[in-house]
Design a protein around this ligand. Structure first.
Ligand code: FAD
Length: 396
């Protein structure tokens, strides 16, 4: 009987595994099933834009069956509920059970709330197409509501918890969107407040200080107020309370302060650190040679710094490629390949026409960085779906 490969999650890691497998394996060499919550893949790395309302959410969606070859890969629209590594099966929420010989887990991340009271209940998150639609609609609703309750200035305040990569990209977009919203709702822009609040001693922890300073200057000019080295102690329906005791009232609170691996992994009995499995050299879960864990669910230590690599799409995609090669080897009886991330650079957008980052070892800023960001986005589209997808979805 053909080996059964089940891939959970059609994110960067899962999609890359599936599209590479469909190229590498011959017909009927294995039975490959891809399971995903929705019938579309979404471009998580673009989600700060639809969240702020500067890009239509639909632009970030790619129909899965337009990219995978359904003659080679069986697509199941379903939500994984649990994995039983001993029985080698996955349970879906609709009651289906899928059995596997090899499993690939690419279920992405859950928010890490660090136990901050009220965050789960009252803060929105940039996580999926549905969650960013909610953020955009919520901000607009707050602006509309302010028009009928003009004494409630807090409706015009937006708090973004976490000034890491996602938080910074989001406030950059907000800086562009707010003038447009003020125009639409006839609101004085000076009444709108955007707070970027970070517990660490710097914004963009891990980034080069010169790049951080550049980013903060640009964003301050766009109206963002930073509160760095300032942990949020509590979140409530009216705003946040900081560790300093200061209370900031806000109509919108968005939490971008951290992620952990999808809870399904931990709840299914895999050993985890912040929900992420410390995978072996070949991307397998320790003690489970037939389970590969990718992307935000996986933890890999950077030997140079002795710290985990931050979870990125860049690494998830590279893992998907190696995972497909290793699965092909397992089926054909070849050698497994070790995974080593190849960090090509990181570029953070700061809104329209502005970005900063590192490519290779070179720092880049402004419009050059912004063009580079688009090149990176387009490269992914090309890798995933060739010229057709690039022409359909490209931002250039
Ligand atoms: P994801 O891409 O998150 O995909 C997970 C998939 O699993 C989704 O399709 C989801 O619907 C599905 N799923 C979840 N639960 C279930 C379930 N129970 N059953 C079935 N399916 C399920 N990284 C970079 O490298 N560069 C960047 O510039 C960058 N920018 C970012 C900007 C933003 C706004 C954000 C939020 C993240 C950014 N990242 C960036 C990080 C990057 O997006 C993630 O590291 C990457 O998406 C992880 O890929 P993944 O394959 O692990 O999971």
């Amino acid at each position: 009987m053909n080996k059964r490969i089940v891939i959970l999650g059609a994110g960067y890691g899962g999609m890359m595994t599936a599209t590479r497998l469909q190229k590498m394996l011959n017909y009927n060499e294995a039975e490959v099933t891809l399971v995903n919550k929705h019938d579309y893949h979404y471009l998580t790395t673009w989600l700060h834009e639809p969240a702020a309302g500067t890009l239509d959410a639909e632009r970030c969606q790619i129909e899965i069956e337009s990219v995978i070859d359904t003659n080679r890969i069986n697509f199941v629209k379903g939500t994984a509920e649990s994995i039983d590594p001993n029985a080698k099966s996955v349970k879906l929420t609709d009651g289906q059970t899928l059995e596997y010989d090899y499993l690939v887990v690419g279920l992405g991340a859950d928010p890490e709330t660090f136990g901050i009271q009220g965050l789960k209940e009252y803060a929105l998150g940039i996580r999926s197409i549905n969650s960013v639609r909610l953020i955009k609609e919520h901000i607009e609703y707050m602006f509309a509501k302010y028009r009928s309750e003009p004494d409630k200035l807090e409706y015009l305040t937006i708090i973004v918890g976490g000034a890491g990569f996602t938080g910074i990209e989001f406030v950059g977009e907000l800086g562009d969107r707010i003038p447009e919203l003020c125009n639409q709702f006839d609101i004085d822009p000076s009444l709108v407040k955007i707070y970027s609040i970070e517990a660490a001693p710097t914004a963009l922890p891990g980034f080069d200080p010169e790049l951080v300073e550049y980013a903060m200057n640009i964003l301050e000019r766009k109206g963002v107020t930073f509160k760095i080295n300032t942990p949020i102690k509590e979140c409530n329906p009216d705003g946040v309370i900081l560790a300093t005791g200061e209370e900031i009232k806000a109509g919108t609170i968005v939490w971008t302060g951290g992620v952990r691996g999808n809870a399904i992994v931990e709840n299914s009995g895999f050993e985890t650190m912040r929900g992420r499995v410390k995978v072996d050299d070949f991307l397998r879960a320790p003690g489970h040679d037939n389970v590969f864990i990718l992307g935000d669910c996986a933890l890999i230590i950077n030997e140079e710094t002795n710290r985990p690599y931050p979870p990125t799409a860049q690494i998830a995609m590279q893992q998907g490629q190696t995972c497909a090669e290793n699965l092909t080897s397992l089926i054909r009886g070849g050698e497994l390949k070790k995974f080593t991330p190849e960090i090509k650079g990181t570029v953070a957008s700061l809104g329209k026409g502005e970005a900063m980052g590192i490519v290779g070892s070179k720092k880049i800023y402004g419009s050059t960085a912004s063009v580079m960001k688009k090149v990176i986005d387009n490269r992914y589209l090309y890798l995933l779906g060739g010229m057709g997808l690039l022409l359909k979805k490209s931002k250039l």
